[in-house]
Design a protein around this ligand. Structure first.
Ligand code: PLP
Length: 487
């Protein structure tokens, strides 16, 4: 048995290197196309990486959602699925996994994480409410606002700093929580939400001590505590690594401890266990009964909730595997390797390393590109051009246009490079780092973008842009001068 389940080993040189504690048994072919074809592909995609076709992509680091590799046990479980509209055995396996792993008695299945947010928001929010949270997620905010609530992000001062060595940048500021309750009145605060780990600000975790403090304030005021557990496995790993009190606690006990603070736990299965789907869980029968009737209305019968039985089987196995440190440490170990390498090359990247991906500060990378010309959009387009690797814009393009026609500028302008679990190898990671480094040395050649087609809602998905000058051609020319015929 390994001393601990972590993927990182110390090399003779003293360097910490993540090694793959799995072997490859099924593979999918990738393509690394010449730069001329990549230029054509990004032009056709309107300089928006969402509009690229995977046939033109080498490493797809757009998201971890639904892109994690499945284990052999997950794949084989799908053959045992019990097809039934009601009372499927597959569902009871999932329910059992949620008792074991999250310690929750009552379960409502849903087709994905945002469906859980819809049901929770419809059930507990009334117009004029406020929802305090460590940070919002796009779909969370949309559902809560749709139901008439205002979201209040009460993160600590450290949360938005790019460079930091604070281990828990996802913490809630307890004083701000008390102030919110005082200002709006507890009757207007149906619940406080904690997201593990903050998706939009670098996958940063919170501590269990912070959860204790939040729970205390919530309980004193009769306010519910809701945990968004979409990235909870990786969160448990960070607790073990970074919170001394839990250094010797098993991942299973850390997971149970975290979920134990919450009145309601909900999750998006593509992040937790590689399959579509999700769930809402609680130990409180009254809360369960309040939400229950919306499941057949929006999702499907209570024993499938919009998922296929095959997905439910694989989810049950995936949830059980979340207690395995080897599984949940894989993505954070590779992210930590990439972040530390990029940081040592002087490239502005969010530290400390978090969950989900590696987040590059586009304003630090491209200081000459004004925020109005979308540095966080230009950088993924440029990186795709010079590497074939696809990241995601998380900045002002993902924000909205105000009534006066100007952009609501984002708090941070990030290029996110997701590391889905057990998908990429170390040599692929090294290639990515090398091309980012080359781009950093040639950053002066990268210019901005402007919209040519801008949808009014969620414009980042389908919007089309163009470069503000012929910078992509200049970048390609320099690439060819440096790399010759190499891809
Ligand atoms: C992905 C995600 C969601 C939404 O889940 P979907 O399954 O994509 O609908 C909600 N919260 C967090 C923190 C997420 O990362």
């Amino acid at each position: 048995m390994e001393k601990n389940g972590s993927q990182t080993v110390k090399f003779f040189s003293g360097k910490e290197i993540p090694v793959e504690l799995h072997k490859v048994r099924i593979v999918q072919k990738l393509h690394l196309k010449p730069i001329e074809e990549r230029l054509q592909a990004i032009e056709e995609g309107g300089y928006n990486t969402f509009l690229l076709n995977t046939k033109d992509i080498f490493l797809d680091m757009l998201t971890d959602s639904g892109t994690n590799a499945m284990s052999d046990n997950q794949v084989s479980s799908m053959l045992q699925a019990d097809d039934a509209y009601a009372g499927s055995q597959s569902y009871y396996k999932m329910e059992n996994a949620l008792h074991e792993v999250f310690g929750q008695k009552y379960v409502l299945p849903v087709h994905q994480g945002r469906a859980a947010e819809n049901i929770i928001s419809q059930t507990f929010i009334k117009k004029g409410d406020v929802i305090p949270m460590n940070y919002h997620f796009t779909t969370t905010k949309a559902h809560m606002e749709l139901n008439g609530a205002q979201i209040l992000e009460i993160y600590t001062d450290e949360a938005l700093k790019i460079k930091s060595n604070v281990p828990f940048k996802g913490n809630i500021d307890i004083q701000k929580l008390k102030d919110v309750i005082k200002k709006y009145g507890k009757e207007h605060v149906p619940f406080v939400r904690m997201e593990a780990s903050t998706n939009l600000i670098g996958g940063q975790p919170f501590s269990i001590q912070n959860m204790r403090d939040v729970k205390k304030v919530a309980q004193e005021n009769g306010i519910m505590f809701i945990l968004d557990a979409s990235l909870i496995g990786e969160k448990a790993y960070f607790i073990k690594q970074r919170e001394p009190e839990f250094k010797n606690t098993s991942i299973k006990d850390i997971l149970l401890t975290m979920c134990g603070f919450a009145d309601i736990v909900y999750f998006s299965s593509p992040k937790v266990s590689s399959t579509r789907g999700g769930g809402i869980c609680t130990n409180n029968k009254e809360l369960y009964m309040k939400m229950r009737d919306l499941v057949p209305l929006y999702e499907g019968f209570l024993t499938y909730g919009g998922m296929s039985v095959r997905e439910i089987e694989a989810m049950a196995v995936g949830l059980m595997e979340t207690t395995d440190e080897t599984v949940i440490s894989q993505s954070p170990s590779f992210i930590a390797y990439a972040v530390n390498e990029l940081d040592s090359l002087g490239i502005p990247v969010i530290t400390p390393p978090g969950a989900l991906g590696c987040h590059i500060d586009s304003m630090g990378f491209l200081p000459h590109v004004p925020q109005q010309e979308y540095p966080a959009g230009a950088l993924p387009a440029a990186l795709y051009l010079v590497s074939g690797c696809r990241g995601m814009e998380r900045g002002t393009i993902s924000s909205v246009r105000l009534e006066d026609g100007t952009d609501l500028l984002a708090d941070v302008e990030l290029l996110r490079l997701a590391f889905p679990r057990r998908v990429f190898t170390l040599s692929q990671t090294m290639y990515l780092i090398d091309r980012i480094n080359w781009l950093y040395h040639n950053r002066d050649l990268v210019g901005g973008l402007r919209f040519v087609e801008e949808p009014p809602v969620l414009r980042f998905f389908m919007g089309r842009l163009e470069p503000t000058s012929d910078w992509p051609q200049k970048l390609m020319k320099k690439f060819k001068a440096d790399f010759g015929d190499s891809l």
